[in-house]
Design a protein around this ligand. Structure first.
Ligand SMILES: *[C@@H]1O[C@H](CO)[C@@H](O)[C@H](O)[C@H]1NC(C)=O
Ligand SMILES: *[C@@H]1O[C@H](CO)[C@@H](O)[C@H](O)[C@H]1NC(C)=O
Ligand SMILES: *[C@@H]1O[C@H](CO)[C@@H](O)[C@H](O)[C@H]1NC(C)=O
Ligand SMILES: *[C@@H]1O[C@H](CO)[C@@H](O)[C@H](O)[C@H]1NC(C)=O
Ligand SMILES: *[C@@H]1O[C@H](CO)[C@@H](O)[C@H](O)[C@H]1NC(C)=O
Ligand SMILES: *[C@@H]1O[C@H](CO)[C@@H](O)[C@H](O)[C@H]1NC(C)=O
Ligand SMILES: *[C@@H]1O[C@H](CO)[C@@H](O)[C@H](O)[C@H]1NC(C)=O
Length: 191
């Protein structure tokens, strides 16, 4: 009973491999024929500067051969499935006929980063989600968030959770019409 169950699993596994190989064959060829998309150079430089200053490296799982928007950063699979990759980014590589990637998500929770939020973050203009909770960030909430019009979600940004931002909230954050989830506590002087 038990051993037949195991052998069924083995057969299924072999079948799965076969299906995987057969399906990926033409796709690998197609991917090689088409140029791999490149990360927006301004965003890549900004991220390299930011992580470098914090003494962090991009994971090899997404900085494949120096291209930041590759590997797990550019797949369709949501970043919630990779809780151990930290810092982590996700990219949208569908720009300019699938040749250009913009960084759309940045996750830096729980990294013990300190100081003010880096200015270069403002160069990631296509950012939709930022997760920056449980660090040691201090200082004012930067004005450049007012220009990041794609921002939908600043998760626990009062970073708010586990950081020590001080008010006031920049007035032009009200221009962030797409911001849905601004969780955490607003600095008291903003009210
Ligand atoms: C990013 O923005 C800052 C000013 O906010 C600027 O000085 C810098 O050159 C920009 N570029 C990069 C790649 O960081
Ligand atoms: C990404 O990889 C390249 C090449 O290995 C390296 O020069 C660069 O510093 C890496 N970026 C980060 C943020 O670790
Ligand atoms: C987009 O890429 C496809 C092939 O990858 C090509 O056939 C098409 O002409 C390209 N379109 C433009 C506008 O460059
Ligand atoms: C952050 O600091 C705490 C306490 O010092 C430590 O336990 C934890 O490993 C640090 N986390 C990182 C990502 O360095
Ligand atoms: C918000 O204000 C800052 C500084 O006052 C400015 O640099 C930025 O462009 C403003 N953003 C918007 C969307 O108005
Ligand atoms: C919001 O954006 C509009 C135009 O996009 C601008 O006229 C207005 O001054 C902005 N408000 C703030 C508070 O920056
Ligand atoms: C905002 O929060 C709601 C409820 O928690 C959730 O359903 C929605 O997906 C969130 N939006 C974004 C952009 O994460």
């Amino acid at each position: 009973m038990r051993s037949s169950g195991i052998s069924v699993i083995v057969v299924v596994r072999h079948l799965a491999w076969l299906v995987l190989i057969l399906c990926s064959w033409p796709r690998v060829a197609a991917a090689q024929a088409q140029q791999a998309p490149k990360t927006d150079p301004v965003e890549a430089a900004a991220l390299n500067t930011i992580l470098g200053r914090w003494g962090k490296k991009a994971s090899w799982e997404w900085n494949i051969s120096g291209e930041l928007c590759s590997g797990f950063a550019s797949t369709e699979i949501d970043w919630d499935y990779y809780p151990t990759i930290n810092p982590f980014i996700k990219c949208d590589c569908s720009f300019s006929n699938n040749t250009l990637c913009h960084i759309t998500k940045l996750g830096i929770n729980l990294n013990n980063f300190t100081g003010v939020l880096p200015e270069e973050l403002g160069n990631m203009t296509k950012l939709q989600q930022l997760r920056a909770s449980d660090n040691g960030f201090i200082g004012k909430i930067p004005h450049y968030f007012g220009s990041m019009t794609n921002l939908e979600d600043i998760m626990s940004f009062s970073g708010f959770e586990g950081n020590s931002f001080e008010g006031p909230i920049p007035e032009n954050l009200s221009n962030l019409t797409r911001l849905e989830n601004f969780t955490g506590i607003f600095p008291s002087s903003a009210t």
